[in-house]
Design a protein around this ligand. Structure first.
Ligand code: MUC
Ligand code: MG
Length: 371
């Protein structure tokens, strides 16, 4: 059965509270949905999420849609979705970069193939190793006492016991104090990590990481700008606390260079950054080969995007740092009829068919731009 059409929807969904990163505060999260339909009308659906328009990365929602519609869809229409890896190789020969666009298209083909076979998508990636995975919550309300309250409530509900703190915005030294206060409040019951989202220079990072390491932080994510791999190498050498590559790790080739130069010693995986599920497994293989710890990253996807990540991550042997697949918990509204389940500090990997999520077409229409 061949692919007949590809449709892309840009959707803005409100969040339950402002989510503050170094470059942008999310009050409405933008996701991109792709639907691939075959000649008999069977559908595959997928999602990627973006943060803050063009402020987090180059892949803006508008560019993702235009580049799929204009350049990628014509390359996949008329092809058999079961050949998704071969098709994506051909796409990569004709379309440079555009990893988010490639990722959402590949995942939609995977969903279609798995649904057609009535199997969960993880069966197409070697089978499931984990039925559930630990899931971190990001404390990013921008207010220390609110963050502490949120962390305590989350521990009480057995929802999360790993907390990532976004500390790239504002005064670095005050932000270090904020982290230390949170460790003081909940550090005996939870693992605390930080994400700087590229906001520091090397001198600031050296000073701040010293204090964070001393204070008991268990991982520092992307302290330096994405281009500064040499600086990341020096920090990795200097400190015991793991240094994680996120924004500096996009392509498979990036993962090899980071591993070779020890520009970090752990990876934040994200299907969208790496250009798809198949590429993400390859990045995970580089980490396994070099002995790096993995984190199951997110761009704050809603339920469908989270199911895609969860299913793929469930086929990867080890996540030293757990995952951060908390996205659906931050959204006020959902675009699927069913929900992702969380239990006992873990995300339950959804079963199939496909990614196991049923699209709520009414919601898609309601929240889509221009529909
Ligand atoms: C990032 O940089 O990791 C993931 C969790 C979160 O709060 O923001 C994202 C992006
Ligand atoms: Mg990050």
């Amino acid at each position: 059965m061949k692919i007949r059409s590809v449709d892309v929807y840009i959707i803005d969904l409100p969040t339950i509270r402002p989510h503050q990163l170094a470059m942008h505060t999310i009050v409405e999260q933008t996701i991109i949905l792709a639907r691939v339909m075959d000649e008999e009308g069977a559908e595959g659906w997928a999602e990627v999420a973006t943060i803050g328009g063009a402020s987090y990365g180059e892949g803006t929602p508008e560019a993702i849609k235009v580049n799929i519609d204009t350049y990628i869809a014509p390359l996949i229409i008329g092809k058999k979705p079961v050949h998704y890896d071969k098709i994506m190789h051909e796409v990569s020969l004709n379309v440079r970069g555009n990893n988010f666009a490639k990722a959402v298209v590949e995942s939609a083909m995977v969903d279609l193939v798995a649904r057609r076979r009535n199997i969960p998508a993880y069966e197409l990636f070697g089978g499931q190793i984990h039925k559930s995975l630990p899931v971190a919550w990001t404390l990013a309300s921008g207010d220390t006492s609110k963050d502490i309250e949120e962390a305590k409530e989350s521990l009480h509900q057995k929802r999360h016991n790993i907390f990532k703190l976004k500390i790239g915005k504002g005064n670095p030294y005050k932000n270090v104090e904020h982290v230390l206060k949170i460790i003081e409040a909940v550090g005996d019951q939870a693992r605390i990590t930080v994400d700087v989202n590229q906001a520091w220079d090397e001198t600031t990072a050296t000073y701040c990481i010293e204090a964070l390491q001393e204070g008991g932080v268990s991982m520092v994510e992307q302290p330096l700008p994405a281009w500064d791999n040499e600086g990341m190498s020096r920090l990795t050498d200097r400190f015991k606390v793991p240094i994680m590559a996120d924004e500096s790790l996009n392509s498979l080739q990036d993962s090899f260079q980071i591993a070779k130069h020890r520009a970090g010693n752990s990876f934040a995986l994200k299907i969208c950054k790496h250009g798809g599920m198949t590429q993400t497994k390859k990045v995970a293989a580089i980490a396994e080969g070099v002995g790096f710890g993995l984190y199951g990253g997110t761009m704050i996807e809603s339920s469908l995007g989270t199911a895609i990540c969860a299913q793929l991550y469930s086929t990867i042997p080890k996540f030293e740092f757990g995952t951060e697949l908390f996205g659906p918990l931050l959204f006020k509204e959902n675009i699927t009829l069913n929900e992702i389940k969380y239990e006992n500090y873990e995300i339950i990997i959804p079963d199939g068919p496909g990614f196991g999520m049923e699209i709520d077409m009414e919601k898609v229409k309601h929240f889509s731009r221009g529909l």
